[in-house]
Design a protein. Structure first.
Length: 162
């Protein structure tokens, strides 16, 4: 999701205006990151909790703007997100899952055979988490723009469009 904030008008103090803009957008982007991480985590399948607990975010600042990166360092995060082609899955995590879910680890063997035949379905926790957070993120960025324009008007700027 890409959000572009553009304000046009006469800025009385460009340095102060840039500081206000950057501070407000930075704060709002940090809030957006937390919203998405929360939505992703509740959609992440739970076995041991390692994958869910590994979902995190950071803000990347660069010359042209800022970006929020939401990710997991776990090597199995992408296969859980996107699903997999048929493959021979490792048995130990399946045994743990079967023991927790059915209290019978022997169920792991037919599940592994099914994965070898059909693969695994995608969970889309990152995609669906972002979609769930999107309305609130847009609302927060609209609020930020209102705050920026109010602050800019307070330093003598005149905003003609948002």
């Amino acid at each position: 999701m890409k959000i572009v904030v553009e304000l046009k008008g006469l800025v009385a103090d460009p340095i102060k205006a840039a500081e206000i803009f950057r501070a407000e957008i930075s704060k709002t982007l940090d809030l957006a990151r937390m919203l998405v991480v929360g939505e992703v985590k509740v959609r992440t399948p739970l076995n041991t909790g390692n994958l869910r607990g590994s979902v995190s975010s950071f803000r990347a600042d660069y010359a042209g703007g800022m970006a929020a990166i939401i990710s997991s360092p776990k090597e199995y995060a992408a296969p859980v997100e996107y699903g997999t082609q048929p493959h021979w899955a490792p048995i130990e995590p399946l045994k743990l899952w079967a023991l927790r879910k059915f209290r019978d680890e022997s169920i792991a063997y037919p599940v592994r055979a099914a994965i070898a035949k059909r693969g695994t379905a995608p969970h889309w926790m990152f995609r669906l988490g972002l979609l769930a957070a999107k309305p609130k993120i847009i609302e927060e960025f609209n609020r930020a723009v209102r705050g920026i324009t109010t602050a800019w008007e307070g330093i003598g700027s005149r905003i003609v469009s948002r």
